[in-house]
Design a protein around this ligand. Structure first.
Ligand SMILES: [Zn+2]
Length: 148
């Protein structure tokens, strides 16, 4: 039986309510975890938390978002490094940082791109980043045979 790390006494297993606040929105759900009977400290099952964060990122990608905090949350929940995102989008890491801090808010097109990249990443795909790569360096061939 695991002990509470804070008071080193009791534990209570079960599911715990979990909430993520992102500016004016709050996402709530239940994840496996336990709450110390003695001091009230809560512990959450890591993989459940990760899954919950991915569900939130998917919701934002599908329903729209507009704050830097949401932008950063989605990028991180999808396991994307800021430097990689900057490279795929053809901007500097500093620009990504400005979008995420709100110093220079991102525009609709940028957010739609992030949404597509995040949905791909959550599904283990790279379609949008591949399209961005192709647009950054188009094929130089002049004659291309396509199958009829
Ligand atoms: Zn405790």
């Amino acid at each position: 039986m695991k002990r509470c790390k804070k008071c080193e006494k009791g534990k209570r297993a079960g599911s715990q309510r979990y909430e993520i606040e992102l500016g004016r929105r709050a996402f709530e759900g239940e994840v496996r975890g336990w709450r110390c009977r003695v001091c009230g400290e809560r512990y959450y099952h890591g993989p459940d938390l990760e899954h919950f964060e991915k569900l939130v990122a998917r919701w934002l990608a599908e329903n729209g978002f507009d704050t830097g905090a949401e932008f950063k949350f989605m990028r991180k929940a999808a396991g994307i490094r800021a430097a990689d995102l900057a490279e795929w989008m053809g901007v500097t890491p500093e620009t990504v940082s400005h979008w995420e801090t709100g110093k220079h808010p991102s525009d609709v097109t940028t957010r739609a791109l992030l949404a597509a990249i995040v949905l791909d990443a959550l599904g283990g795909k790279t379609a949008m980043r591949d399209r961005l790569g192709a647009q950054r360096s188009p094929a130089r061939r002049k004659r291309i045979r396509v199958a009829a």
